[in-house]
Design a protein. Structure first.
Length: 669
């Protein structure tokens, strides 16, 4: 299996709500920072079974470099199994390309295990409040990740080389209030895991100034302190240009107090933050940009073609001028704008992002792809969270749309926030000038989903086409007054008849979608999915078990029907749920969740089965479904992928690798 370059494992006790929230926050900071777009460091949480005991091992082999963050608190410290597990992971990281970074979140959370007595824990608990403790933890994770990637080739000591920050400033404003440069220098003199490079203190008397500046820039991350006189100073401008020529990380602290006579044009394409009196904000920004630079370098070096030149930020005149014509530049997503690209094309240099290359000529234009992607019953047991699932769903959808596909789904797709983001993605893209517009999303709303009113249809008309299926022929008001043509919402667990009505409506919708001659759907992508009860909080705050509304788990029914119709099915296993249940079935594992003995516990399930028999309706039992899927086999379920690709798709935890595998298969449609 092809390994991803870097994976961050976040380990915490499953019964520690505070540590879980901290892990979610770290994930978001490494993947969803609007100031540093492109900072997409894959993470997983530590998996655990229903007993909430630790796993036997941690899958460090999922990546070339695994970075293990242990969030140790009182809850972990009193659980001997988890303490021993943490120490075992530490042992596994020794004499390996992996790194173990523990955080002490409470006074008594050290050392967890006698084997860890000599190991340095980051003492987050010394911070005065939870907000500062969270900020401290994120900062140290980012810093240690930078150190780790800077030193990944050194096996004897992976933590000694410091991160060097080059403070690019003008002395003309050094003593001018608010004295930003002085504040940053003083701040960096404190107990910080970074080293400041300031020309006045580092360049030796008698050395050549220009050479020393260039050498300083070559091996540092550049923090530009943009004050009123900065852009008027030749050496300040030269430092920026040198940093861009040498592909170094750059961030800007905007400390302008009045005006600039001339803005320096080459301070673009870098993250920028306003000076608000807090030196740490600027340092944090540059550290994140440094991490983006280091991780993106690893990713693009693996993705580049033989003759590519890799850029770590978007191309511009300062970096394209001087390259031979027809040079191929690979730079990170997102692509630059149409107008900017048209003007840069005058350099005769070819430049593209991985996404643009993947979407070349829109190979999926006119092809409708069904999505079976929703919350997962057991996602926590696979080291994942709803945050991981949502970002993977969105990335998969984005790449499908970019390649020209039409997305099709039945009922409600994923979380409400995901659906909104997907529609906004289509809306934003199609509003851009000079781009090929996305096809609209197709939403099949089976009965008894309430019909959309005129205003709702008009609101999403440009982004989403809604097909509302008719009420099943054997369902009517005589059976129950609720079962009108255009019903108000009613729950499936209200009575056996209501469950029956939902089951009939959902099966009709899924059958229609699986039939290519009716719906036009050519393949199906499966991610997550419920197969049993999930805990929901009701309006009055009560916790209630909620099952699926159909005859059998919805994703299982969609896969079964698609397999019968010959639609290729892409199964992604990282998030557990119904997708992993089906993968296990195909690989010969007998799961209790795929039995009538388990599923008969759903509301009114035995009564529903009796009603099907009474009305002469076909009831495919789980044994029949399993036998059919196993007879088809993995290759029969999807002949577009090799056995090796299927195996990787079943196991991969990297959302962008999942996308890549699916896209490779879909090109064969």
């Amino acid at each position: 299996m092809r390994k991803i370059p870097l994976l961050v494992h976040l380990v915490f006790h499953p019964e520690s709500g505070e540590s879980r929230q901290l892990a979610r926050h770290i994930h978001q900071q490494l993947n969803d920072d609007v100031v540093v777009p492109g900072l997409r460091v894959p993470t997983v949480f530590c998996p655990y079974p229903q007993t909430k005991t630790p796993p036997s091992t941690l899958r460090l082999d999922l990546a070339e470099h695994s970075f293990v963050v242990v969030l140790a608190d009182d809850r972990m410290s009193i659980d001997d199994d988890w303490c021993s597990f943490a120490a075992n992971v530490w042992v596994s990281c020794q004499d390996s390309p992996h790194r173990f970074v523990p955080f002490q979140l409470s006074k008594n959370a050290y050392p967890l295990d006698k084997r860890l007595k000599g190991v340095s824990f980051a003492r987050a608990y010394l911070q005065p409040d939870s907000n500062k403790r969270t900020a401290f933890t994120v900062r140290r994770v980012v810093t240690e990740l930078c150190r780790y990637l800077l030193n990944r080739e050194i096996k004897d000591d992976k933590s000694t080389v410091p991160i060097k920050l080059f403070l690019s400033h003008t002395k003309a404003d050094f003593d001018t209030e608010p004295k930003v440069t002085q504040q940053l220098i003083e701040y960096l003199k404190a107990d910080q895991p970074v080293e400041a490079w300031v020309d006045s203190g580092v360049i030796y008397t008698g050395s050549e100034f220009a050479n020393e500046i260039e050498r300083g820039v070559e091996r540092t991350s550049l923090l530009v302190i943009l004050t009123d006189n900065y852009a008027t100073r030749e050496w300040c401008r030269e430092e920026v240009l040198l940093a861009k020529e040498h592909q170094r990380p750059i961030a800007v602290v905007d400390a302008l107090t009045q005006y600039e006579v001339r803005s320096f044009p080459y301070l673009g394409n870098v993250p920028r933050i306003r000076w608000e009196g807090n030196p740490q904000s600027g340092v944090d920004l540059l550290l994140k940009e440094t991490l983006r630079y280091l991780h993106t370098t690893l990713v693009l070096e693996r993705a580049k073609l033989k003759d590519d030149v890799v850029f770590i930020r978007p191309p511009e005149l300062a970096t394209l001028v001087g390259l031979p014509p027809d040079t191929h530049v690979l730079y990170p997503d997102p692509p630059i704008g149409i107008g900017e690209a048209r003007r840069l094309a005058k350099t005769k240099v070819d430049f593209a992002t991985p996404l643009q290359r993947l979407a070349l000529n829109q190979p999926l234009h006119g092809k409708k792809i069904a999505l079976s992607m929703s919350e997962s019953t057991d996602i926590w047991h696979f080291g994942m969270d709803a945050l991981h699932l949502e970002i993977s769903m969105l990335e998969m959808s984005r790449y499908l749309l970019i390649q020209g596909a039409t997305l099709a789904y039945g009922g409600h797709l994923g979380t409400e926030s995901y659906t909104r983001k997907l529609i906004e993605l289509v809306r934003t893209h199609n509003a851009r000038e000079g781009v090929e517009p996305f096809e609209r999303i197709v939403n099949y709303r089976g009965w008894p989903f309430p019909r959309l009113n005129v205003e709702q249809k008009a609101e999403i008309k440009q982004e989403s086409l809604t097909e509302e299926l008719q009420r099943p022929g054997d369902i009517n008001e005589e059976l129950h007054p609720d079962f009108v043509q255009n019903p108000n919402f009613f729950p499936g667990d209200k009575s056996v008849l209501h469950r029956f009505a939902w089951a009939r409506g959902m099966t009709d919708m899924r059958t229609y979608q699986a039939n290519q001659s009716q719906s036009g759907v050519m393949a199906r992508i499966v991610m997550g999915g419920v197969y049993g009860p999930t805990l929901k909080v009701t309006e009055n705050g009560m916790r209630k078990e909620q099952w699926y509304a159909g005859r059998i788990p919805g994703v299982l029914e969609e896969v079964f029907l698609s397999a019968q119709m010959g639609q290729p099915i892409f199964l992604i296993g990282a998030f557990g749920g119904a997708a992993k249940l089906i993968i296990d079935i195909l690989q010969g594992e007998n799961r209790k969740e795929a039995t009538w003995a388990y599923q008969k516990n759903a509301p009114f399930a035995p009564e529903l089965r009796a009603l099907y028999d009474q009305r002469g309706l076909d009831w495919k039992d789980y044994d029949e479904i399993i036998a059919y899927l196993r007879k088809k086999g993995i290759a029969g379920i999807n002949p577009l992928l090799t056995e090796e690709a299927h195996t990787e798709l079943f196991q991969s935890v990297d959302p962008w690798r999942m996308v890549e595998i699916v896209m490779q298969g879909l090109k064969s449609l």
